[in-house]
Design a binder for this molecule. Sequence first.
Ligand SMILES: [Zn+2]
Length: 349
Amino acid sequence: MRGTVLYAPRDIRVEERTKPTIQAPTDAIIRISAACVCGSDLWPYRGIEPIQGPTPMGHEYAGVVEETGSDVRNIKAGDFVVGSFMASDNTCPICQAGYQSRCVHVEYVGAGGAQAEYLRVPLADGTLVATPGRPDEDLIPSLLAASDVLGTGWFGAVAAEAGSGKTVAVVGDGAVGLLAVLAARQLGAERIIAMSRHEPRQKLASEFGATDIVTERGDEGVAKIKELTGGLGAHSVIEAVGTQESMMQAIRSTRPGGHVGYVGWAHGVELPGQELFYAEVHVLGGPAPVRRFLPELLGLIWNREIDPGRVFDLELPLDQAAEGYRAMDERRAIKSLLRPSGTPSRLTR
Ligand SMILES: [Zn+2]
């Protein structure tokens, strides 16, 4: 089968790889309908996150179950499924509490590389959620988004306790930040401030429900949030970048007693204890327990109440994955969708 492999910084190749097989009775093999490039894939792509030799890439997936292990009960061959990038049993005490991304049996699904024709998903019963039937073609990008970016943006908004009557600020205008805006809107936030200096992303943020756009960043961005909130700061701030600057911008933009939900993959972030002490804010983040939200999110997508697939502004056949990475690295694309079936490349928006 064809699949992407990262060899070195900015050296991503699509090559012939071994088709995965059932290794444990709880596994499923799925044929990928659509995969994509994650903002987090850019960390190793840029050489900031080291890799140990050639690494299969991709951890976001939607597709059709081809085969299941003998212990799999909840899904069957032919089902269209979406799952999280973290496999979970969905039964242990941590899963039951809603933190499936830290399941006691957690496995990283992306280890097999989802930017490929086929993917092995461990703990299939706990990890995968089937749609009510075969989705219309135009729903597939949104279903794929639920696998990570939407689920992650949603967790950011829930962790930040975005909701009715709240003013929410979102730091980061990548796909996760934009979908955190959508999540905050769905959760009933009164005012949603998107922090972005890129016109196409500002536009999409507004369409997803942002009421205000702030172009300043760092201390100036914090000052702007304070100015818009009567000097108090936002009730809820979602951090969707993962750098020291974005994290401090999020904490400093939050009012005392408010909540920070941080879902950017933290790299080199160190929190100053004394500042955090006096900030008096709630801080919750980590790899999103996407599985917690999947049933609800798939329902909203299936009923066409939300359209998160709009974050994909570049669609390419899998064989052109390298261009999908380049376009995101250079911020020419918000998010690249990859089709293993190899449909012709086109701009979706
Ligand atoms: Zn578990």
